[in-house]
Design a protein around this ligand. Structure first.
Ligand SMILES: Cc1ncc(COP(=O)(O)O)c(C=O)c1O
Length: 430
């Protein structure tokens, strides 16, 4: 078979998968080790046809896939890989550019800068920020905190108790101390409890992982400015919502941040992985990361994006983001975000209206935190039985010591009928 024929078969596989993904059990219904046990322990001696790879993908691997593309994936932060982004991934792999220097892929370097500028415009961010792409928000936050340490010469990071664990991990990797600040009754960092003594950076979260709460960024920006502290904003999930002007209340103060991360692979319909990191202090990032050995010296006076983060080799990630921004447009992005928020609001209303159920945190975006009356074991049993059924996939958190269910909407294929099915399944699981 030729590349052309195998390629057509792979694309056909992808199209059929997306058509039927809603019929597959959302959470993989396998036990640890099941998949590996069905695969040969050693690699083949001689090459096999690509058709065999596709066959085994269907027969062996697919049962072990948890379907993030399912319209009833409601766990963690639900995401979507939009079709233009899927196709662009194929093209990026075809080009296989490694853009560590401008000259090793000028188009990749320049398109990355352009797409970050475009996205900044779409999200209503200040003009003139320097943007580049990292693989994940975890890496973006490592980069931002390394720059903060470089800029301040201090080694303490301050965040709320609800900041993502990637902040803890970044601090650990960089040898920084971490000080967690308590939050208020709406799960926002308490500015009155903030202690910036010796701080290099504050990490404020817009859209926390558990409940999508929004830290008081304007007050944190004031405090940071007064103490010469770097302000990093983690808007990995909720930052994409700023494409809708009515959700930009949550952007207040972000224009004063030193750095900001938004994951296009979370709620901007771009396939994993694509984490957008902006800074208004690019020279500090560069001082933290630039290291140019002889073999990488060139005569061009241009930016190499590898000087702004930990990795040298850089994939052509901007191609998929560009494809999404072009094929969806501002209007298409807004329509998808608004629909997710509308569906979450609808679900929240059903929970509020039903005796015995309770909404456990204010809903700002497309995440609803809720529970049924009764103890933690009862609520955990509901989640476990629904996830085991394959009908939908939910995750949980713990708030004020209580087990809380989370329903996150973010897949572009999720319809009102899917959300209604989830609510009916929840009620039937009691
Ligand atoms: C608020 C927040 N920040 C950071 C992360 C980490 O993202 P990544 O998996 O891209 O490192 C997450 C993951 O869900 C998150 O919710």
């Amino acid at each position: 078979m030729s590349f052309r024929e195998d390629g057509a078969a792979a694309l056909d596989w992808a199209a059929r998968y997306l058509e039927r993904v809603g019929e597959l059990p959302v959470l993989a219904q396998v036990e640890p080790g099941d998949i590996r046990a069905r695969l040969p322990a050693s690699p083949p001696e001689y090459g096999e046809p690509f058709a065999d790879v596709l066959r085994d993908l269907d027969e062996i691997l697919l049962p072990g896939i948890t379907h993030w593309q399912s319209p009833r994936f409601f766990a963690y932060f639900a995401v979507s890989a939009g079709e233009p982004g899927i196709l662009a991934e194929l093209l990026a792999a075809t080009l296989n550019s490694v853009a560590f220097l401008w000259r090793t892929s000028p188009a990749s370097t320049e398109l990355e800068a352009l797409t970050l500028d475009w996205t900044a415009q779409l999200l209503g961010l200040p003009g003139g920020w320097h943007g580049h792409i990292e693989d994940t928000a975890s890496t973006s936050t490592i980069a931002a905190l390394a720059a903060a340490r470089e800029a301040t010469g201090r080694s303490l990071v301050v965040c709320s108790e609800h900041a993502h664990s990637s902040v803890d991990k970044a601090a650990r990797l960089l040898g920084l101390e971490l000080r967690k600040t308590p939050s208020d009754d709406q799960f926002r960092l308490r500015v009155d409890a903030l202690d910036l003594t010796d701080a290099a950076a504050v990490v404020a979260t817009v859209g926390t992982t558990s409940i999508a709460s929004v830290d008081p960024v304007p007050a944190l920006a004031d405090a940071c400015a007064g103490a010469g502290v770097w302000l990093h904003v983690d808007a990995a999930y909720a930052g994409s919502a700023w494409v809708c002007p009515e959700l930009r209340w949550s952007q207040a103060g972000v224009e004063r941040a030193d750095s900001l991360v938004v994951n296009a692979h979370k709620w901007l319909f771009t396939p994993m992985d694509c984490s957008l990191l902006w800074t208004r202090r690019p020279e500090d990032l560069r001082r933290a990361f630039s290291l140019v050995p002889e073999y990488l010296r060139t005569s061009e006076e241009v930016d190499s994006l590898s000087e702004y983060g930990p990795a040298l080799g850089r994939r052509f990630r901007s191609l998929k983001l560009w494809a999404i921004l072009r094929c969806y447009g501002r209007e298409g992005l807004q329509a998808r975000i608004r629909e997710a928020v509308r569906l979450a609001e609808l679900f929240e209303g059903w929970v509020r209206a039903e005796p015995g159920w309770e909404v456990c945190a204010p809903r700002h975006f497309s995440l609803v935190c809720f529970r049924h009356e009764g103890d933690d074991e009862h609520n955990e049993a509901i989640v476990e039985s629904l996830n085991r059924s394959g009908e939908l996939f939910l995750s949980h958190t713990r708030l004020h010591g209580r087990y809380v269910l989370r329903l996150a909407i973010g897949n572009e294929r999720t319809t009102e009928a899917d959300v209604r099915r989830a609510w009916e399944a929840l009620r039937a699981a009691l």
